[in-house]
Write a protein that binds this ligand. Structure first.
Ligand code: AMP
Ligand code: ZN
Ligand code: FE
Ligand code: FE
Length: 281
């Protein structure tokens, strides 16, 4: 039995609908999946319904864009209450920031003489949580760039002329928010950040787990973070970070997390729930 705990849909910058994603999960024979769209939980209701129909266990989640010490880091939230009022308020704030950032990026491109319309990006994104991949797709659609990579290389990568920095939630606040919403906080793809020195701070703030298995982690990197998990008593997670067809090929199925890790996550959630209902000692 295997799980994929890092998946995106068209509720952020993935290309699959929740139903299409669950169809792929069924074909890959996953026992459990989590949906982790950027700064939103909106796709979870549809993914949950599709999972019921497909006989797959569903874990509601999100990937929150956060920062610590000036470094961007992504926090995966698992088992959160998707109707939690403060979680919805905070994610709505960051969705508005994302939308304003799209307008700013398009304005910068317009200043360079590139005739892109922000509304074309929003139409294409058709979601509350748009990001740079949508701008890249709009640039390709308008035949200004011939590929998404070219769009990032020429305009959208950090430091390029169309790039705009993003206001992010503090990682420590995000961990507290995830806990308040009944969830577990997990550091996403640490091997891509190269900021391991933040891990002790996050552990002190209540970090629950670390994503050891990820498409872009080599076996060596996975082993490095398994040791880190052991050292800090963190839960171990993993997922493909599949964005549908937006990154060339669908990644779902390339990372298979043994289901025992899901059982450990569930055990931790239930322990936390019983400790809060029983009060402090
Ligand atoms: P944003 O959240 O708006 O900053 O956009 C980040 C997203 O852009 C992430 O999903 C990245 O994987 C994606 N991204 C970054 N660089 C590239 C690239 N060269 N080609 C395609 N997608 C990229
Ligand atoms: Zn993404
Ligand atoms: Fe990420
Ligand atoms: Fe992701």
């Amino acid at each position: 039995m295997f799980a994929d705990l890092h998946l995106h849909t068209n509720f952020s910058d993935g290309t699959y609908t929740p139903e299409e994603l669950v169809g792929h999960a069924r074909r890959c024979q996953f026992s459990a999946i989590a949906l982790t769209d950027h700064d939103t939980v909106e796709g979870c209701a549809r993914a949950a319904a599709a999972c019921v129909a497909a006989g797959i266990e569903f874990i509601p989640g999100s990937e929150l864009t956060t920062e610590h010490g000036g470094n961007e880091l992504h926090l995966l939230a698992y088992f959160v209450d998707t109707a939690h009022p403060r979680l919805l308020r905070e994610t709505a704030t960051f969705q508005a920031i994302r939308q304003n950032r799209i307008r700013e990026m398009v304005a910068r491109l317009n200043d360079l003489g590139i005739p892109l319309d922000a509304n074309a990006v929003f139409r294409l994104a058709n979601c509350q949580s748009p990001g740079r991949p949508h701008v890249a797709r709009a640039l390709v659609q308008a035949t200004i760039c011939s590929s998404l990579d070219e769009a990032f290389e020429r305009f959208l990568k950090k430091g390029r002329p169309g790039w705009v920095p993003k206001t992010r939630m503090s990682a420590v606040d995000a961990i507290a928010l995830i806990h308040e919403a009944g969830g577990l906080a997990v550091m996403a793809h640490p091997g891509l950040n190269r900021t391991d020195d933040v891990i002790p701070d996050l552990v002190a703030a209540g970090l629950d787990g670390i994503e050891c298995f990820h498409t872009k982690h080599t076996t060596r990197i996975a082993e490095r973070y398994l040791m880190m998990a052991d050292k800090h008593h963190l839960l171990v997670t993993g997922g493909s970070d599949c964005h549908g067809m937006s990154k060339g090929r669908p990644l779902i199925g390339t990372v298979k997390l043994p289901y025992t890790h899901v059982q450990e996550l569930k055990l931790r959630v239930s322990q936390k729930k019983s400790s809060t209902t029983n009060g402090p000692h």
